[in-house]
Design a protein around this ligand. Structure first.
Ligand code: NDP
Length: 459
């Protein structure tokens, strides 16, 4: 008989926590998961899934317009926000239900309660119960950062609220230049809002390949988003039902909503980690080793709460590896290199590996291959759009270091490109692969002309 109530107690039923709980239970562990909100976490409830559904909704605008070039007459299209919100809610409820059913099938006990650590093996629940566990997994994710803290900042909303606004914002101000900011700016502009995006840097998406950033900002401007680099709000005042926003450049304008998307922070406040002796970084991220173990041997952490790479599939891998190691007797680590990523703007970004800036920093000789072309669909639709593709190659070994794409379905392409790039494919491997015609991705195996060669020390 174990001295503990559970073998594993998971705090947080998001992607990482749910996977870890199910796999551990599959190994015969007695597992409980505590969740204070809805099962599914950020990804299912207010992140990846609802966001992608809204991206699909937004892209119909272009489809309706483009159809004319192919002979279709489409009656004037009308968009109804409450219909989309309700449809989204139905789908995420369905998914949340599937997560719950899978946990139940695996024999995991679900506890709808907030959980706080009270020691290395002890948890207090908001329903008054106190439980003990041999191992505790912290998988509480992250929460939005609302910066800058200016007068009236409480009037602004985060990505948590934007999905369920009772009324469609005809005038939207987006603060920030990262993933969330550009995705929502792109979505709401296509759904019909007048969007202004302000951010502190000189361009959107810091950390992405420089050419991608330039091409995407051009495309967003073309789609009607007013991009304002180097500008932040300095105060927000009520103006009847709307808001008046004053900016650092002295300008001011009215908006129906202000979305602040200035990053996310590990969700560790008030979780009792200090009481349990768990080490954290200055931003609240739980410090873990390569097996996701904290400095307290009975406490582990996976996903956004560790602020390694804040993406759903990474959290799932970390949760799975944790359960395999601790309850399945395996020795697994998660490879955090070459993680593909997409930004679901329109056009979207798909990317894998080093950016040109990183490649030039880390390698002596870098060959750059790039192509900008008009997608075939745009020939008849007449849409002024461009697809951009770039391959970065180690000039000494011919190995592909990174691929950066902007255009239709480039997220799908990046997922597949992640396989050869991770396997160490060379540019010659790409070149030896037969093209599939007519596709946009055939460009990846037919790009022969180097657009630049950078040797260390050259400009
Ligand atoms: P990001 O870190 O991507 O972007 C944060 C933005 O806020 C940057 O433009 C940053 O500016 C700005 N910023 C940060 N602090 C301040 C401040 N104090 N004042 C003004 N501006 C500030 O965060 P997001 O919130 O967009 O997304 C969080 C994470 O969620 C992402 O990093 C990603 O891991 C994940 N995510 C992934 C998605 C996907 O895979 N498609 C989609 C959405 C989210 P600067 O550039 O100058 O630092």
């Amino acid at each position: 008989m174990s001295a503990f109530d559970y073998d594993l107690f998971v705090i947080g039923a998001g992607s990482g926590g749910v996977r870890a709980a199910r796999i551990a239970a599959g190994y015969g562990a007695r597992v409980a998961v505590a969740e204070e909100y809805r099962i599914g976490g950020t990804c299912v409830i207010r992140g990846c899934v609802p966001k992608k559904l809204y991206v699909y909704a937004s892209r119909f605008r272009d489809d309706f317009e483009d159809a004319a070039g192919f002979g279709w007459t489409v009656p004037p299209a009308r968009f109804d926000w409450p219909t989309l919100v309700a449809a989204k809610e139905k789908e995420i409820s369905r998914l949340s239900g599937i997560y719950a059913a899978n946990l139940e099938k695996a024999g995991v006990e679900m506890i709808s309660s907030r959980a706080v650590l009270t020691g290395p093996n002890a948890v207090a629940l908001s329903n008054g119960r106190r439980v003990s566990a041999k191992v505790i997994l912290v998988a509480t994710g992250g929460s939005p950062v609302m910066e800058p803290a200016i007068p009236g900042c409480d009037f602004a909303i985060s990505s948590n609220e934007i999905f369920d606004l009772p009324k469609f914002p005809q005038r939207l101000i987006v603060v920030g230049g990262g993933y969330i900011a550009v995705e929502f700016a792109s979505v709401f502009a296509r759904l019909g809002a007048q969007v202004t995006q302000v951010f502190r840097a000189d361009n959107i998406l810091r950390g992405f390949d420089g050419d991608l950033r330039t091409h995407l900002s051009d495309a967003m401007r073309q789609a009607g988003v007013a991009l304002k680099p180097g500008v932040l709000p300095t105060r927000i005042d009520r103006a009847g039902e709307a808001f008046r926003v004053t900016f650092s450049n002295g300008e001011a304008c009215e908006a129906d909503q202000i979305l602040v998307a200035t990053g996310r922070r590990p969700h560790t406040k008030g979780l009792g980690l200090e009481t349990a002796g768990v080490g954290m970084k200055h931003d609240g991220a739980v410090i873990v080793d390569e097996r996701s173990c904290t400095n307290v041997p009975s406490i582990y952490a996976v996903g956004d709460v560790t602020n390694r790479i804040n993406l759903t599939p990474v959290a799932i891998r970390e949760g799975h590896a944790f359960a395999d190691n601790v309850f399945g007797g395996k020795d697994m680590t998660v490879d955090h290199r070459n993680v593909p990523s997409a930004v679901f703007t329109t056009p979207e970004i798909g990317t894998i590996g080093l950016t040109e800036e990183e490649a030039r920093r880390d390698h002596d000789v870098v060959d750059v291959y790039s192509a900008t072309f008009r997608p075939m669909k745009a020939t008849l639709s007449g849409r002024a759009e461009k697809t951009f593709m770039k391959i970065l190659v180690d000039g000494r070994t011919d190995r592909v270091l990174g691929v950066h794409l902007l255009g239709h379905e480039t997220g799908e392409m990046a997922q597949l490109l992640a396989i050869p790039v991770r396997m160490g494919a060379t540019k010659s491997d790409f070149d030896a692969t037969m093209a599939l015609h007519p596709t946009a991705s055939e460009e990846l195996v037919t790009m022969r002309t180097r657009s630049a060669r950078h040797e260390r020390g050259s400009a």
